[in-house]
Design a protein around this ligand. Structure first.
Ligand code: ATP
Ligand code: MG
Length: 442
């Protein structure tokens, strides 16, 4: 792929409407384009990153045995009236009328719709647990959409739902998601803290928010630093193993503003372990028992007894994660970004110095491009006629993890190569290939 032929509208200046670094960077590097307030188009660079995040989120759902489905974005108001949330949800819900004057809405979340699917499909306790997820656009008419895709109105979410015969089984399902979220965020190179949280409009009695530390986050958090040391690598998918993991986390003080209690904080956390900072919510899990199953009559036959199923729901902000990862990784002082290689829009950029009468560097670039491509290494060539130093600067911002420079220091098969923002060394293509493939393996 040539930069000159791609839809990557780089901006020279920082757009004045962008207040936080992720929003600035996403606009500057042409990842997204606003179409109206809180509504964005995803251009190739941004879309590639989001799709890769989506695949990781998907794999980790599949790993705990959740079934993927796809529910529509537009829902009927009927089921929301059944659950009693049609009025409760308030102005965040975008309400629409169709040509028959039927009340429809753009789904802000899917508890009702999935419960309706469940009650029509599952009759016996023998079919439980049922765990399903979908990855779909949501719409919430946020009062103050801001910070780009961090808090927008139309956003991409993975939401999962669990149906179990009793509370004990339901907590087991909840804990599976708890572990899978820790693994998902780890693979995105984020350290997310699970924090006991309020259940808000979803309702219910057990909930954790997954929060990553970032200065520009909207949630103030109070936590015990020790929570970062909890090791979950040995956790098995079994009731005991998962509940002991939950216990380990839940013993540490970790709350957002809403739940903060100074006395408790002082009692539970020694001075040097106190961490008061800000964070971004990237995931949220809930257990809410029979809140929806009762009002919507979703039950199973449990050996002759009618049992309202116990439910939970589990969200990950897939589009918000793109911005959250930038907040965690982008150094705006030196204007340097490095995407984790597994979600980077390209693995490597080739930066040839191009002179008017001499196209040999461009030819070398195409050669390298083809060699790397045959090993499934995805590159982009900056074939514009800018100077090398301005190309490097531009790509330090875009954050492609590796750079190959084809200039006066390169030979027939020796090129300057290095990680973005790092010192360069001279290598041949085979060596470059190995370094990138090695990192992709981890
Ligand atoms: P917030 O407190 O940030 O409004 P929420 O509690 O309303 O979030 P949930 O209903 O739990 O969010 O949704 C699951 C996830 O979807 C959140 O953890 C977040 O990552 C993402 N999300 C929620 N609202 C937005 C939004 N307006 N823009 C982008 N992502 C969002
Ligand atoms: Mg919200």
């Amino acid at each position: 792929m040539f930069l000159s032929k791609s839809l990557i509208p780089i901006l020279k200046n920082i757009p004045s409407e962008a207040k936080i670094k992720s929003h600035q960077l996403m606009l500057r590097t042409g990842m997204i384009k606003q179409s109206s307030a809180g509504i964005y188009s995803w251009l190739p660079l941004g879309f590639k990153v989001m799709k890769k995040i989506e695949s990781i989120v998907r794999e980790e759902q599949d790993n705990i045995g959740v079934q993927e489905i796809l529910m529509p974005t537009i829902q009927s108001s009927e089921i929301w009236k059944e659950s009693g949330r049609y009025n409760d949800y308030g102005e965040e819900m975008l309400r629409i009328k169709d040509r028959q004057n039927r009340e429809m809405l753009y789904g802000p979340t899917n508890e009702e719709l999935v419960t309706e699917i469940f009650r029509n499909s599952i009759k016996s306790y023998k079919s439980l647990p049922q765990l399903v997820y979908h990855i779909q656009w949501k719409f919430r008419d946020e009062l103050r959409p801001r910070f780009g895709v961090m808090r927008c109105r139309e956003f991409y979410m993975k939401d999962a739902y669990s149906f179990d015969v009793d509370m004990d089984e339901a907590i087991y399902s909840y804990n599976k998601f708890f572990l899978s979220y820790l693994k998902t965020f780890k693979r995105l190179e984020l350290s997310a803290i699970p924090m006991a949280a309020d259940t808000g409009p979803i309702g219910g009695n057990l909930s954790h928010e997954f929060i990553i530390i970032a200065e520009t986050g909207e949630s103030k958090i109070y936590t015990d630093k020790k929570i970062f040391d909890v090791d979950y690598s040995e956790t098995k998918i079994s009731k005991d193993s998962l509940s002991s993991l939950r216990n380990k986390y839940d013993t540490f003080y970790a709350v957002t503003d809403e739940k903060f209690n100074k006395k408790e904080f002082d009692n539970k956390v020694i001075e040097e372990n106190k961490l008061i900072t800000k964070g971004i919510e990237v995931g949220h899990i809930f257990y809410f028992g029979d809140k929806y199953s009762k009002t919507m009559n979703a039950s199973v036959d449990n050996k002759g007894k009618k049992e309202y199923v116990k439910m939970g729901s589990y969200g990950v902000g897939v589009s918000r994660l793109v911005a959250a990862i930038i907040e965690a990784k982008y150094d705006d002082k030196i204007e340097l970004m490095k995407w984790p290689i597994n979600i980077a829009p390209y693995h490597c950029v080739i930066l040839p110095q191009i002179n008017k009468n001499d196209k040999s560097n461009l030819e070398k670039s195409i050669n390298i491009y083809n060699k790397l491509k045959s090993k499934n290494i995805d590159c982009i060539i900056d074939d514009t006629d800018e100077t090398l130093s301005s190309k490097v600067k531009k790509f330090n911002l875009i954050g492609i993890p590796y750079q190959i420079i084809i200039g006066k220091n390169s030979g027939q098969n020796n090129f300057e190569f290095g990680g973005v923002g790092e010192n360069l060394s001279v290598y041949n293509v085979e060596k470059i290939e190995n370094i990138i493939l090695e990192e992709l393996k981890n």
